[in-house]
Design a protein around this ligand. Sequence first.
Ligand SMILES: [Fe+2]
Ligand SMILES: [Fe+2]
Length: 178
Amino acid sequence: MISKNQMEFHKYVKDLSTSDTVMQMDNYMQHGDITTLEHVIAVSYTSYILAKRWNADVRTAVRGAMLHDLYLYDWHIKTAERTPLTHTFNHPKTSVKNAKIYFKPTQKELKMVRAHMWPLTLFHMPSSKEAWILTIADKYCAWNESFGIYDNSDFRKKIKAYLAFVKKQRAMQNLANR
Ligand SMILES: [Fe+2]
Ligand SMILES: [Fe+2]
């Protein structure tokens, strides 16, 4: 079961979170045993909490966050064009490109995605309250994921419950479309 707040969160992102494209992120690992999809949901839900607390545009905050790591590959694997280090600097641009291909994000959401790694992306600084929320939520979640704070937390149970909910919604949609 998901909470009342998670149900409200879902209303803002359901077209994204139940899509095949966003679901692809479940195939790639982000930190430890956490997939990029789980990370993105954790960041998006953290953004939801912060946006409500700081009177920001909740819809923009959570949708931009949902798309922030839409690079769609395993960053650990080296290729001719990419190393884990170049990934760190380049993936916001790739995520913007993919977000435009698969969805209809607003300019404000795209700017948020582009600036989420700031200060590493020196020339792409957060330019809205929602973009600041994303950079903070992303760093906060990445820190907790990297240092084991997230692993057995109640917050993770919440995120996992939402993930299971989304997968169930997709299964139901698939049945209905048969
Ligand atoms: Fe990122
Ligand atoms: Fe991230």
